[in-house]
Write a protein that binds this ligand. Structure first.
Ligand SMILES: Nc1ncnc2c1ncn2[C@@H]1O[C@H](COP(=O)(O)OP(=O)(O)O)[C@@H](O)[C@H]1O
Ligand SMILES: [Mg+2]
Length: 363
């Protein structure tokens, strides 16, 4: 038997004529923290709600622990859920909020008391059992929501944008807290976010979604370094994208581009399984941090000349925006230490090694 906690098998969800999730396949391994990442409206919440049982797939099957759960209602699924907005019962104390799920399960009172104490300790709020939710800060309420869903020891914990109603500092604190709980409890987590930085930081693996479809599933480094296509390349990190056509593929790829410049890309730069042939179109991804900037104009392979339009200092790095002769904008990111002395309006040259491009292929 596979050790997957959740399997989505060709799952589609339609609301009338709108397809919210389209033919999604996803296998979630026991103990992992997987994020569903994508822009607003791409189907993340709907996917989560189908796992929880609040929505029924129009087509396809959801399996929990290897069993088709089509006929299993939400309260009989071994699942915890944390929402974007605090969903604590306002008229109950923190302790009663946490006890709710355990009472439903018929756990006896002395064990409930022990478990409440333990779980409050776990979320670093040991003293608040007798308080009411309105007397807690937003961050504390979200910790209690976490405690309430963890106390029943669910097979899988679903989190739907749990940090998005918190301010930046709290968001980072809670993110660390969730990562710590994941590490210590080893509970499988499915974490929905539209925030790529959050997803890159927190995930064992991420499933990148767009338009109801899962576009790529992989570890953060894999998705960043070998994006499956233009959408993923652009959504995760910053991307300069250039269209081109392969003109030769002997030792390395020679590519004629829409810019007035030929690009040489090393033999291992294609993310495709098969070989790229002469005449194939490709999209070339140039990550800003793989490009370097010099003052003055230059020419040659993998060299782009243009005018510096803007510099943004970000503390440890700086972003340079260069406009090429045809109007294309190229972004270059460099560490601030060792930056060169250039100002907006100056002629500059952008260059890169043959192993810097990533060839995304025709799509
Ligand atoms: N109950 C519903 N009825 C009709 N349309 C819905 C319903 N729930 C979600 N949708 C639509 O399905 C699409 C995906 O929504 P959702 O899963 O909430 O996206 P996300 O969580 O990624 O922002 C959106 O176009 C949304 O408007
Ligand atoms: Mg949502």
């Amino acid at each position: 038997m596979s050790d997957n906690v959740v399997n989505l098998r060709q799952v589609t969800k339609k609301f009338g004529s709108l397809t919210a999730v389209n033919n999604a396949d996803l296998e979630i391994e026991r103990g992992e923290l997987i994020t569903l990442l994508g822009p607003s409206g791409c189907g993340k919440t709907t996917t989560l709600r189908m796992i929880a049982g609040f929505e029924t797939p129009t087509e396809g099957v959801v399996e929990l622990n290897g069993n088709d759960v089509s006929d299993v209602p939400p309260y009989e699924r071994d699942i915890g859920m944390v929402f974007q907005y605090f969903a604590l019962f306002p008229h109950m104390t923190v302790a009663d909020n946490i006890a709710f799920g355990l009472k439903m399960k018929g756990v006896d009172q002395s064990e409930i008391d022990d478990r409440i104490e333990e779980v409050l300790e776990m979320v670093s709020l040991p003293e608040v059992g007798d308080r009411y939710p309105e007397n807690l800060s937003g961050g504390q309420q979200q910790r209690i929501a976490l405690a309430r869903s963890l106390v029943v020891e669910p097979d899988v914990l679903l989190l739907d944008e749990p940090l998005s109603s918190l301010d930046k500092k709290l968001r980072e604190e809670m993110r660390m807290e969730i990562m710590r709980l994941h590490r210590e409890l080893n509970v499988t987590m499915v974490y929905v976010t539209h925030n790529q930085t959050e997803a890159l930081a927190i995930s064992d693996r991420m499933a990148v979604m767009n338009d109801g479809e899962i576009r790529q599933v992989g570890a953060p480094t894999e998705v960043y370094q070998e994006p499956a296509g233009e959408f993923v390349a652009d959504f995760i990190g910053s991307a300069n994208l250039v269209d081109g056509t392969i003109t030769s593929n002997t030792d390395s790829y020679e590519i004629a581009t829409e810019l007035d410049v030929d690009i040489t890309a090393g033999p291992d730069t294609s993310v495709h399984d098969g070989n790229l042939e002469d005449g194939n179109s490709v999209t070339i991804l140039l990550r800003p941090e793989r490009l370097s900037l010099q003052s003055g104009s230059g020419n040659g392979t993998n060299t782009l000349s243009g005018t510096l339009r803007e510099v943004t200092y970000l503390g440890s790095s700086a972003e340079y925006f260069v406009e090429l002769a045809d109007g294309t904008e190229v972004q270059v990111t460099s560490p601030v230490r060792g930056t060169i002395d250039v100002s907006p309006g100056d002629e500059v040259t952008v260059s890169f090694d043959p192993d810097a491009p990533i060839l995304l292929g025709d799509q």
